[in-house]
Ligand binder design. Structure first.
Ligand code: KG4
Ligand code: ZN
Length: 336
């Protein structure tokens, strides 16, 4: 089955052609970092406008690079939730028009499930059940994935997402946007014990997380240094901060494995590209099978949407032309 897949939930427009949920024949991505870096974060109105400007040309390129003819496309899959509503609507509008014009079904896909499905492309042998940790600019959540379309939430962040914490700390330090890759690069060779970082103490669900304390600590540290005219050791700061964020994630991932008794763990989403997280997850889970997509499939892309779209289609989750985008929606809820 050949799926034309569309992703436009935030600041990347992407179109891909995916065969049987596992093979990406093409994946074209237009990043908007240049538009948003001036503001230190995504400006929703500018994001939707850029999606609208480039989605048609991107789709033409994706079809061309895949080497297929449009009459070979069996379905159109599209991120329908969650995300910036204006951005989602551009992709969904395009996907509806493409599905209608080609006379094929429209498959709505949950963005978080898409991030997990990036691993189906990277690891052809991977099948549920497994524990999934999805960490991105908008989400930090643990799931028990019992089947391709069956999700159970195990824990969530109570405030900021891990990626957002990287982005806001980079903005406070005047380092640019997005903060994750900037801190990742800076942290190489830095001393992770250089700046002690706080640990969140949460009552209730031990798999819930909190990153707002770390973010505030970073902002205070940077402001205080500025006011005193002190020069921060940026490599040490990046290493200390990266280690602190990753410690929160990997300690809970190990707890989620013990709690569920499952043997496979998936770590996906933009922050999964982080070198500290990749290493600390591998170190923390030596007795489990760990699946992390290559960096190229960690950030937003459309192959992951085509991969999950295939399994949503097999489960009969096909949407009609009245389908609407949703800015928020839990990953364990069906979209149609
Ligand atoms: O999955 P994604 O592309 O978009 C969302 O769904 O949010 O994730 C983007 C997030 C940003 O916060 C970015 O700073 C972070 O992923 N990120 C990283 C790295 N690369 C991207 N965070 C830490 N280390 C990285 N290498
Ligand atoms: Zn994402």
């Amino acid at each position: 089955m050949l799926i034309l897949a569309v992703e436009s939930s935030c600041d990347e427009t992407a179109v891909a052609l995916v065969r049987d949920g596992r093979v990406a024949l093409s994946d074209c991505i237009a990043s908007q970092t240049d538009v948003h870096e001036l503001y230190g974060g995504v400006v929703p109105e500018l994001a939707s406008r850029r999606h609208a400007e480039c989605i048609h040309a991107l789709a033409r390129r994706a079809v061309k690079e895949s080497g297929i003819r449009t009459d070979e496309i069996d379905a159109v899959a599209c991120t329908a939730a969650p995300g910036l509503i204006g951005s989602l609507l551009v992709g969904l509008g395009f996907a509806k028009a493409a599905a209608f014009g080609l006379g094929v079904p429209l498959i709505p896909v949950h963005h978080i499930r898409g991030h997990v499905a990036a691993c189906y492309i990277a690891y052809p042998e991977l099948e549920p059940p497994f524990v999934a940790l999805v960490v991105s600019g908008g989400h930090s959540s643990f799931f028990e994935v019992t089947d391709y379309t069956e999700y159970r939430t195990l824990g969530v962040t109570r405030d900021d997402a891990a990626g957002e914490c990287f982005d806001k700390a980079a903005r406070a330090a005047g380092l640019g946007y997005p903060g994750g890759p900037i801190f990742d690069k800076l942290s190489a060779g830095g001393d992770p014990s250089r700046y002690p970082m706080p640990r969140a103490k949460l009552s209730g669900n031990p798999l819930d997380m909190s990153f707002s304390g770390l973010k505030t600590h970073m902002a205070n540290l940077i402001n205080n240094a500025e006011q005193r005219g002190e020069q921060l050791d940026l490599h040490g700061l990046a290493a200390s901060f990266s280690q602190a964020v990753c410690r929160e994630l990997t300690s809970r991932l190990a707890a989620a494995m013990r709690q569920t008794g499952l043997t496979k763990a998936v770590v996906a989403g933009g922050v999964a590209a982080n070198s500290w997280l990749r290493k600390s997850a591998a170190d923390a889970l030596p007795q489990y099978s760990l699946y992390m997509p290559p960096a190229s499939l960690c950030g937003d892309n459309a192959s992951m949407i085509g991969a999950q779209g295939y399994y949503e289609f097999l489960a009969g989750r096909v949407g009609g032309m009245s389908l609407n985008a949703r800015a928020s929606c839990p990953a364990d809820e069906a979209l149609c």
